[in-house]
Design a binder for this molecule. Structure first.
Ligand SMILES: Nc1ncnc2c1ncn2[C@@H]1O[C@H](COP(=O)(O)OP(=O)(O)O)[C@@H](O)[C@H]1O
Ligand SMILES: N[C@@H](CCC(=O)OP(=O)(O)O)C(=O)O
Length: 384
């Protein structure tokens, strides 16, 4: 029996399809047959009562194909211009295909900046809820044409996991051009072993091992047209799992496997999810906000935060990295540098430098004003 049991009740599903599945590996031309099969599968899932969001890459790939470019442009402004050509064409093709089944779709283009402010995050959330309630399939992509480097998702694996967390999805399906995750890139290493199931607790170690292998592989692991390879998919699985969303990596050429996986079949690589315990505001802190610095903690503080759900006091902080202000989001790491939590700080980096390692009652004397007793209150802190 597979560890993830079958689900027959209506599910909220995010399906991400990568450029490597949408474009021909050599010519870069759009694989219309794959899109047609994907559309049929999404319509089937809709008719089963599931709510479906599609995150589709391909703007740059389709733009390249439309303009006769033989590889992805390197210059950012050129890539943004090419994405503007490709995105319109991509959504036009989806709309045509879905129209054959009277299935309405909506284009949602996001940048990282849209999720940072809580009010904007909630607006995006409300729009998705409205679209899904109306039975529409939102088709999401990064707004490549306007995204600036500092405020980018960077890859659609991460974007799809953030969307899955935002809408409290049950499942995230990452469709790519291999049938599942392997211990190494199966294109480079014929000895690579398939991985069928991953527990949340195994994710960090696996991400590190695959990341190291991918770094020494060709093109950083991805295909000519795709970006990121498997490391960004593992990052996505980690975000999703922490938000209570199950993830599967499976082959884009066989999108009917999504329905089979929902029935409990053993396709692809499946990732278990943590229980859905984190509330919406904490999910926004963890994955909507952008971290602007890092606090290093001693073992006692790590224990207090993770095992006892306590607030972070200055006594448990050993070092500060980065420049940030009070109310910014910071990352918290253990002695090995492993990120264990994120939170909204009550103090700037400069003030924390002055109070770290001290008792809370010494804060007024060290800073010259009556500040908060905690550096991060537990209500503003979320383990990841
Ligand atoms: N450990 C691994 N297991 C499976 N595929 C891997 C692994 N490491 C690297 N890859 C490569 O990752 C590629 C998919 O990544 P990418 O091109 O970014 O896809 P997508 O466009 O679907 O996001 C595969 O073609 C495969 O060659
Ligand atoms: N937003 C970009 C996609 C970037 C990306 O992540 O691509 P992929 O690795 O193929 O999913 C585009 O539409 O071309």
């Amino acid at each position: 029996m597979h560890p993830i049991s079958s689900q027959r009740s209506p599910q909220t599903i995010v399906i991400k399809i990568g450029t490597s599945s949408l474009s021909h590996p050599v010519s870069g031309d759009l694989q219309l047959a794959t899109i047609a099969k994907l559309v049929e599968s999404v319509v089937y899932l809709r008719r089963q009562g599931h709510r479906v969001v599609l995150v589709s890459s391909g703007a740059v790939g389709v733009g390249c194909s439309r303009l006769g470019l033989k590889q992805r442009p390197r210059k950012i402004s050129r890539k943004q211009a090419v994405a503007a050509v490709g995105q319109g064409r991509l959504i036009g093709i989806y709309d045509d295909f879905f129209s054959n089944f009277q299935q309405p779709v909506a284009q949602v283009l996001l940048t990282r900046g849209n999720l940072i402010q809580r009010q904007h995050y909630m607006n995006v959330h409300a729009t998705f809820q409205e679209l899904l309630e109306m039975g529409i399939v939102p088709i999401v992509n990064e707004n490549d044409t306007v995204a600036v480097d500092e405020l980018k998702f960077g890859d659609n694996d991460t974007l799809s996991a953030l969307v899955a967390s935002l809408i409290e999805a049950d499942w995230l399906f990452l469709l790519t051009d291999v049938d599942r995750l392997y211990t190494d890139d199966p294109r480079q290493n014929p000895e690579a072993q398939p991985i069928e199931f991953v527990e949340h607790s195994q994710l960090s170690e696996l991400r590190q091992a695959i990341g190291e292998k991918q770094a020494i592989g060709a093109q950083g692991g991805g295909t000519q047209w795709g970006t990121g390879g498997m490391t960004t998919k593992l990052d996505a699985a980690r975000i999703a799992s922490a938000a209570g969303v199950k993830t599967a990596i499976t082959r884009g050429a066989f999108p009917d496997r999504i329905a089979a996986i929902l029935q409990g079949e053993n396709f692809g690589t499946q990732f278990a999810a943590q229980p859905k315990t984190v509330n919406a505001r904490k999910r926004w802190i963890a994955y909507g906000m952008v971290t602007l610095g890092k606090l290093w903690l001693d073992d006692g503080a790590v224990n207090a935060l993770i095992l006892q759900g306590r607030s972070l006091l200055p006594a448990g902080i050993t070092a500060v990295e980065g420049k940030f202000e009070a109310n910014d989001c910071v990352s918290l790491c253990d002695r090995q540098g492993q990120e264990i939590a994120r939170g909204i700080t009550n103090y700037s980096s400069g003030d924390i430098e002055r109070i770290l390692g001290s008792q809370s009652e010494d804060i007024p004397r060290l800073l010259g004003f009556d500040g908060e007793e905690t550096v991060i209150h537990r209500d503003n802190l979320v383990s990841i």
